[in-house]
Design a protein around this ligand. Structure first.
Ligand SMILES: Cc1cc2nc3c(=O)[nH]c(=O)nc-3n(C[C@H](O)[C@H](O)[C@H](O)COP(=O)(O)OP(=O)(O)OC[C@H]3O[C@@H](n4cnc5c(N)ncnc54)[C@H](O)[C@@H]3O)c2cc1C
Length: 364
């Protein structure tokens, strides 16, 4: 069999430039070792994606929040000098269960837990992390398809800009959501069935969510004493929240889309706007900007044959099988779902990245 040409070798290869991949490179960067990241998409960030209206304000189609008890993300954003602010929760929330009746107004009966958002959108975290790495660290459009353990090292191969590539590395950190790994990467020799099963049994957090952002001139609902939070049993959006940027240059709502996911985008968009008008008022009729993303259709986040697509509560992540290095202790898994702390969340991606990087630094 003819082998693909070896392009170069490096100490640590990181597969995936989401938060965990970039954070791993960040923790390894000052040790003087040669680190490369291979990212399938044409952008870094993975599940983190902030989109913009005329490049002025940014709105999250991926994660938006972190919480006061999550110390790993707080340490990182303080190190990177990233600013954040409290999620707007003041006022009544709305509840809709009949399309022909006004949504009812309620004040939360409980104290709303505080959550925070990053100024400039969550992608600010990705941009600031990428700024700390040398430009040649991150290789975009690089789909890893195989990891082979041989001759006391690992050979990683795949397609970069549709051309074959192959590199040799001492250690590899795979940051893909575990359920995606068996469908994307071929391991030689094969990983044990216990490890493969553990991957398949790990739900990808939010991997099947569909999110919408709708931007207006002003957060007009706030003048009516509404928080922007709304729940609906009749949809298509099941839940709305305020997504207005810190400087309030514009007002914005985000929502979780429950129904009409297979409808044409324009038709769904109109029905979502109709729902905003129904629930929040006539000023919802003419948005300045609208965007949506169905994460279940993103090939580098989800795949259609996943065993567990929906869960009723937050899974118990951190399966010990996935915390064990494979291939003679050279191959590590480090997506947020692998983390025993804050698994599924941004905080978990940072925690596991730091733990795995420390292990590698002790071994190298
Ligand atoms: C809609 C939505 C809302 C969310 N809301 C929140 C929230 O409010 N708060 C919170 O804490 N968390 C939230 N999350 C979860 C949060 O996004 C994740 O915890 C975090 O982004 C995971 O980072 P990661 O690096 O582990 O994985 P990922 O971001 O999935 O990174 C994996 C990377 O691997 C790449 N990749 C895949 N296949 C290959 C391949 N073959 N070769 C090379 N690269 C490959 C992918 O493109 C991706 O960049 C949300 C997620 C979504 C989708």
């Amino acid at each position: 069999m003819t082998k693909k040409p070896l392009l170069f070798d490096c100490d640590v290869s990181i597969i995936g430039a989401g938060l965990s991949g970039l954070a791993s490179a960040y923790y390894l960067r000052e040790s003087g070792i040669n680190v490369k990241i291979f990212e399938a998409r044409n952008r870094a960030g993975g599940r983190i994606l902030s989109v913009s209206d005329k490049k002025e304000s940014y709105f999250d189609l991926g994660p938006a929040w972190f919480w006061p008890h999550q110390i790993n993300i707080q340490e990182m954003i303080s190190e990177l000098d990233i600013k954040y602010f409290e999620q707007y929760e003041k006022g009544h929330f709305l509840f809709e269960n009949d399309i022909n009746k006004n949504a009812s107004r309620h004040l939360p009966k409980w104290e709303m837990p505080v959550s925070y958002r990053i100024k400039g959108g969550t992608s600010e975290l990705i941009n600031k992390l990428a700024d700390k790495l040398t430009p040649e660290t991150v290789n975009l459009n690089s789909i890893v398809t195989q990891i082979e353990s041989r001759d006391g090292g690992l050979y990683i191969s795949g397609l970069k800009d549709n051309k074959d590539f192959r590199i040799k590395t001492k250690y590899a950190i795979v940051t893909l959501p575990p359920a995606l790994i068996p469908t994307q990467i071929n391991f030689l020799p094969r990983l044990s069935s216990k490890v493969t099963r553990a991957m398949e049994d790990t739900h990808t957090w939010m991997g099947h969510a569909m999110k919408v952002v709708i931007v207006y001139e002003k957060p007009f609902w706030r003048n009516k004493g509404l928080s922007g939070m709304g729940m609906s049993y009749v949809g298509p959006v099941q839940q709305f929240h305020d997504a207005t940027p810190y400087d309030e240059k514009v007002g914005a709502l985000f929502g979780w889309i429950g129904s009409l996911r297979e409808e044409k985008k324009d038709e769904r968009k109109q029905k979502i706007i109709d729902q905003v008008v129904r629930m929040f008022g006539d000023k919802g009729e003419k948005p300045l900007f609208y965007d949506e993303l169905d994460w279940s259709k993103e090939n580098f986040t989800s795949h259609e044959n996943e065993k567990i697509k929906f869960v009723s509560e937050h899974p118990n992540y951190g399966n010990p099988t996935l915390l064990e290095p494979q291939m003679s202790e050279r191959l590590f898994f480090a997506s947020t779902e692998v983390s025993p702390i804050s698994g599924g969340y941004l905080d978990g991606a940072i925690y596991i990245a730091e733990q795995v990087s420390k292990k590698i630094l002790n071994m190298i």
